[in-house]
Design a protein around this ligand. Sequence first.
Ligand code: C5P
Length: 227
Amino acid sequence: MENNVIIACDFATKDDLYNFLKPFEGLNPYLKIGMELFYACGPEMVKELKDKGFKIFLDLKLCDIPNTVEKAMRNLAKLGVDITNVHASGGIKMMEAAKRGLAGSNTKLIAVTILTSLDDTALSQELDINKTVKEVVYDYAKNAKKAGLDGIVCSPLEAGIAKELGLISVTPGIRLAGDQKGDQKRVTTPHDAYNLGSTYIVVGRSITGSENPVEQYLKCVKEFGNE
Ligand code: C5P
């Protein structure tokens, strides 16, 4: 089923992932593989999932000096994933280097702006940034565009910024009505994300932590206007 709902597969082991995926047979959901599984299972598992036909957003959020990021991206380019990312806070030169590293692959590159677990208070009190989340997302998104990236990771509340700049937005911080927020601060429902103009939504615990993940997934798909 082609749709723009990405499931955040934050599991500890490959067995946990495959057990989770069993009831999804035939639905072929878009998967986000992040640090937890990648550090546990490595690139082989990502290749295996691609061979099985899954679309993959490899969410490793690279942030280092340009030379290191370019070389790391050269290795990630070989995996054939659909989307991968860097932190926009690494700067324009780093984002350009990441893009060079992916040259020759079809992998889209996006930049994480401000984590959805942070809010205005955390920016000023912990990170010494005296601007609002929205202002920083706007500045970082402009940098991502300058560096030639395809889009940004942001909360749906800032999806309009991506749209305005002609970038795609991949938006975590999604909760179905009534679900726990957990560590996320800026959350919206799939329905609101759709109305706010998100290109993709990333949903983790609202699906993976539920008694009936397929039902929750299909709810997200429906609410996100895909059906
Ligand atoms: O469980 P939950 O729906 O909160 O999961 C959201 C996922 O999106 C997590 O895997 C997290 O790493 C990721 N993410 C995020 N905020 C960002 C970028 C990625 O929550 N800015």
